[in-house]
Design a protein. Structure first.
Length: 180
């Protein structure tokens, strides 16, 4: 839980400090944006690939909200009690508060904190089982818009699952981003 509060504090500090940096750069555009990309989700036992989409609204140059959804495209083998099975991410959804540090009208650093749900399916020996878990999520990243509208975004998100001993996932992503 300390990590979540530290991430939230960092996002708030990022928003406060961005005012100083903004004095030296052009205002960052506000409005609707979207991303579509690939993410690699790691846990201690599983490495899954997902297609991930986000839709957000940048309320002011320093803060916004975004929703995220994903579905699995790369499975991984897992072994439980001597039985090997196939793990796949069925879906993931989350909502975030985002703090932006505008470096220019085209480039930003960002921090985000949110809450999500992830559902995973494991198949072995002709049977399958699914489980889902809620998580507190936090991360950092950066984006650059080549022409002011179209660009690239890279980020890291940590998912801390809320069930007892459910662990965490580290998610690294790269995406096409578009301002509308």
């Amino acid at each position: 839980m300390k990590i979540i509060f530290a991430a939230a504090s960092a996002a708030a500090a990022l928003c406060a400090v961005s005012g100083v940096a903004q004095a030296q750069t052009a205002p960052a555009p506000t409005g609707v944006y979207g991303t579509l990309g690939y993410a690699d989700a790691h846990t201690d036992d599983v490495d899954l690939g997902v297609i991930q989409g986000r839709l957000g609204y940048r309320i002011i140059p320093y803060a916004g909200i975004e929703g995220e959804g994903a579905f699995g495209v790369k499975n991984d083998d897992v072994t439980v009690a001597g039985v090997t099975g196939r793990a796949k991410l069925e879906h993931e959804v989350a909502i975030y508060g985002v703090g932006f540090l505008p470096l220019s009208d085209k480039a930003d650093l960002l921090a985000r904190v949110g809450y999500g749900n992830t559902k995973v399916k494991v198949s072995a020996l002709g049977t399958s089982a699914s489980d889902d878990g809620d998580s507190w999520n936090f991360g950092v990243g950066g984006q650059y818009h080549f022409d002011g509208k179209n660009g690239v975004r890279v980020d890291y998100t940590r998912q801390e699952f809320t069930k007892d001993d459910a662990g965490h996932a580290d998610v690294y992503s790269i995406a096409y981003t578009r301002r509308f």
